[in-house]
Design a protein around this ligand. Structure first.
Ligand code: NAP
Length: 375
């Protein structure tokens, strides 16, 4: 009798929780809004890429919005170039991350992160920069004529020996490569390093950064990219269309994996006993066949590596000024040179994003924002 009553009450509580959960979700979904719903004519306009809804790159619009004004701690940068990352494809609104992005509509209607440009004005407390400085950095909404960036976080001086296009291609991709290899992979001189996905935005930086640490680098890419990956410093290249790198005799101290298309056991087989596999990505940008399987495979790798001597580590890169300065120095000394695949105009961002979404970019896809300026 007592058990029956407990079961009955438990069922009621679960039902009420489900109904309440559904109601809260329903209300949150329908009240999810963004600044497109409160649009007013800008007093001091600038051009920016805007997306009011989720959808394909075709929903992106080049619109007039209010030019930002720097606060006391910010610099106002006139953007010369920006670059695209797989991150920008969140415009498609994947359901898994909509609780963060906005349930029904994107909370942030602006697009892009990586930029380079010239400082136009500085806030009262800013001492490190002055108008006219050439800079690069990361800031949400970089696909626009201007961005405001916190002087002590989102912006560093651009080395004189690199172009605005090259500088704009650095932030997200190169920071991902640097933090993955150095902080997660504990890379050091003399190691044998394999980079799976060596020809993409992150991979082309990873090859060069790994070489700058004095390692022997093997890059995995398709036939058409073999020469390019060799030309940026890879000691060995493996054509994934002809050869499975996990079946070879070579052993590695570090695998930097941007594709995740091999199982835990396959990758473990080619790792030295104390080797590390850094699981940085799931293949080129965009949704592709095998994405979900690879995601589950990486989770499996992470869990199973708890029981063996090799480590399988996943991470999300974090933007910081210290690492941007490290990357600036590496470019200044000629140790890394960004690889640019294609350049597009700001009005052609939808086409650029569709190209990135094919998952076969060769280096970075760059957007030229200010055509009339030196790039
Ligand atoms: N963990 C983080 O914080 C973080 C940060 C940024 C990016 N990521 C992830 O890292 C991955 C790479 O990003 P990305 O910016 O480099 O993307 P991307 O520029 O779109 O990379 C495309 C490259 O992937 C290569 N590729 C595709 N399938 C391959 C395969 N089976 N084997 C080897 N290479 C293959 C392509 O080469 P081919 O044309 O020769 O096939 C192409 O060069 C993405 O999954 C991205 O989401 C993670």
């Amino acid at each position: 009798m007592k058990l029956k009553r407990i079961l009955k009450w438990s069922a009621r509580v679960i039902l009420i929780a489900l109904v309440l959960g559904f109601l809260v979700g329903f209300i949150a979904y329908w009240t999810s809004t963004n600044d497109c719903d409160r649009k007013t004519a800008p007093g001091n306009p600038m051009k920016a890429i805007v997306h009011c809804e989720y959808g394909s790159p075709d929903i992106l619009k080049l619109e007039d919005i209010e030019k930002p004004v720097p606060n006391y701690n910010q610099v106002l940068v006139k953007v010369h170039a920006a670059s695209l990352n797989p991150l920008d494809l969140t415009i498609r609104g994947p359901w898994l991350i909509r609780p963060i992005l906005g349930l029904r509509k994107p909370k942030d209607t602006r697009l892009g992160v990586d930029y380079s440009g010239t400082v136009e004005a500085v806030g009262k407390n800013v001492t490190q920069f002055k108008p006219g400085d050439e800079v690069f950095g990361g800031r949400n909404g970089a696909l626009a004529d201007y961005v405001c960036a916190l002087a002590d976080r989102g912006v560093v001086l651009k080395p004189a020996n690199i172009t605005f296009e090259q500088a704009a291609s650095v932030p997200v991709a190169a920071i991902t490569a640097l933090q993955g290899l150095r902080d997660k992979g504990k890379i050091h001189s003399g190691q044998k390093v394999l980079i799976n996905g060596a020809s993409g935005g992150v991979g082309t930086f990873a090859v060069q950064i790994a070489k700058s640490f004095g390692t022997e680098v093997t890059g995995v890419c398709s036939t058409r990219n073999l020469d390019m990956v060799r030309s940026i410093g890879a000691d060995h290249v493996i054509d994934y269309t002809k050869e499975d790198f996990t079946k070879g005799a070579q052993r590695y101290d570090l695998i930097f994996d941007l594709v995740g298309n091999h199982s835990f056991s396959e990758r473990r087989r080619i790792l030295n006993p104390n080797g590390i596999c850094v699981m940085a990505g799931l293949g080129g940008a965009g949704w592709h066949e095998g994405f979900a399987t690879r995601l589950l495979g990486e989770l499996n790798g992470y869990l199973r590596s708890r029981l063996v001597s090799q480590k399988f580590i996943a991470y999300i890169a974090q933007f910081n000024k210290r690492d941007m300065t490290v990357l600036g120095d590496l470019m200044q000394s000629g140790k890394i040179t960004p690889v640019i695949d294609k350049t597009y105009k700001l009005s052609d961002v939808p086409a650029a994003l569709k190209y990135l979404e094919t998952g076969h970019a060769r280096g970075k896809v760059v957007i030229i924002v200010a055509q009339d300026n030196k790039t």
